[in-house]
Design a protein around this ligand. Structure first.
Ligand code: FDA
Length: 436
């Protein structure tokens, strides 16, 4: 008979949300043996955004220990021993392959059965593969994706291997594409980015913000090709990539290709068993799904966005951390017959590459107002953008800010102050936020 284990709480997925949920359970009070985290990954929960930042930087001698959850918030890092001491069963290298929410049962790839009273789904996202978007010969050697430690290790190995004659092509002009390109360039590879949009991080950046980062990258030696896509690859006799073929007929020499062409939430285990919306699992403001005793956190959750109305799914680390804490607080409060306030999330995105660092709070809708010095040749560029909708500031972006300034822009994005005119905002620049 299959081995069976029962827990009060089970978290499927040991990523950012899984790690922060464990932290919150521990803060709220947890008895040994009550909680299990079951994770496909072979390692403990770590701060996934660091894969394209410190972990890929060969100069800083990256180690996993530096990026364990909760390094992202400055709280104590949860080393493997932390879970042991708290009596949390962290079951790694184990994939849940079947979930039956009606009988509260999970089955793992090694045939074990896990019963739970409360389930927290934290299965995150998976990378979209090039073959899924119609790119031919996408299974050749030396095409990399980044999501897990192993991906990053393999890419680092290739970066070292090809450093003397490294020609890298990065497919995709989003957050990941930009961070990976800078990491490759910083490690002395010739880098070309290719993407179909008219500018980098097109979904989020304005043309003016993008022009700074594109100029900065060009100054660092990164070549950017826009308005076309990769269609296939050429290889050598060992099956290793040698060229990227583009739709516009050009070919690019390459011995490393990194694809950052998007991600999708991992929800297939639960299909048909709970309500979904906007590609994710529909939850309320406590991350409760349509099925009793089942919660969804992080990238997989589509939750009510109290500040702006409507439902949203947010694929960012900050929401993974905060949604995890909210769900656990709600679970614990419900056990005592209490309630907690609804999730009131202020969107927060960030990125770091080369010596640059930007943060954004709020919503990027309405008219945009640029301020500051966005000359990519400046020795210390510092600039930002306000988004104004219906006469109110609803979002703020800042490159090169200090901690105090970040607090100030977050405050403005939360308070949504009225502005006299866009010209006044442009003239006042950052001081509009810092004096607020
Ligand atoms: P996460 O992906 O962290 O964890 C999901 C876990 O579930 C994984 O351990 C997975 O193996 C496991 N799992 C899935 N299916 C399973 C199954 N059937 N059984 C068991 N386990 C299963 N965000 C940001 O705000 N700023 C940034 O700079 C970056 N940078 C960045 C870089 C890179 C390389 C990536 C891949 C992502 C980012 N992100 C980011 C996004 C951010 O990392 C992401 O939003 C969070 O990791 C989401 O946390 P979750 O816990 O929801 O998923």
């Amino acid at each position: 008979m299959a081995e069976e284990k029962s827990y009060k709480y089970v978290i499927t997925g040991g990523g950012v949300a899984g790690g922060y949920a464990a932290r919150e359970f521990s803060n709220q009070g947890l008895k040994p043996g009550e909680l299990a985290i079951i994770s496909k990954e072979p390692v403990h929960p770590f701060e996934r955004p660091e894969l394209t930042k410190t972990y890929i930087d060969l100069e800083v001698n990256p180690t996993l220990a530096n990026i364990y959850v909760c390094a992202g918030t400055g709280e104590a890092k949860q080393y493997p021993n932390w879970y042991k001491e708290k009596g949390i069963d962290l079951i790694v290298s184990t994939e849940i392959v079947k979930a039956d929410l009606a009988s509260k049962t999970l089955v793992s790839d090694d045939g074990k059965i896990y019963k739970y009273q409360t389930l927290l789904i934290a299965t995150g996202s998976t990378n979209i593969r090039l073959s899924e978007i119609g790119v031919q010969e996408a299974d050749v050697k030396n095409i990399f994706y980044l999501r897990e430690i192993e991906d990053s290790d393999e890419l680092s190995f290739a970066m070292e291997l090809y450093v003397q004659r490294g020609k890298a092509v990065v497919i995709g002009g989003g957050f990941l594409g930009l961070e990976i390109s800078s990491a490759l360039r910083a490690n002395n590879h010739e880098v070309t980015m290719v993407f179909p949009e008219p500018w980098i991080i097109h979904r989020f950046f304005t043309a003016e913000i993008a022009s700074f980062y594109e100029g900065y990258c060009a100054n660092k030696g990164i070549k950017i090709i826009k308005g076309t896509v990769a269609t296939g690859f050429s290889t050598n006799s060992d099956g290793e990539v040698t060229e990227v073929k583009l739709e516009d007929g050009r070919t690019l020499e390459a011995n490393i290709v990194v694809a950052g062409v998007g991600a999708r939430p991992v929800t297939s285990l639960f299909k048909g068993q709970l309500e979904e919306e906007k590609g994710g699992i529909k939850t309320d403001g406590f991350f409760k799904t349509s099925v009793p005793d089942v919660y969804a956190l992080g990238d997989v959750a589509t939750f009510p966005m109290k500040m702006y109305g409507g439902m949203r799914r947010v694929e960012h680390a900050d929401n993974a951390r905060k949604s995890a804490a909210q769900a656990v607080k709600a679970i614990k409060a419900a056990e005592e017959g209490k309630t907690i306030p609804d999730y009131d999330y202020l969107p927060y995105f960030y990125s770091r590459f080369f010596n640059l660092s930007w943060k954004f709070y709020g919503d990027n809708v309405g008219e945009s107002v640029l301020f500051g010095d966005n000359d990519p040749k400046s020795p210390k560029p510092k600039f930002g953008t306000y988004w104004v909708k219906d006469g109110k500031v609803v979002g703020v972006f800042l490159e090169g800010g200090t901690q105090e300034e970040h607090k100030a822009i977050a405050k403005v994005a939360r308070a949504q102050p009225s502005v006299e005119s866009l010209d006044v905002l442009s003239e006042e620049g950052l001081s509009f936020a810092t004096k607020f």
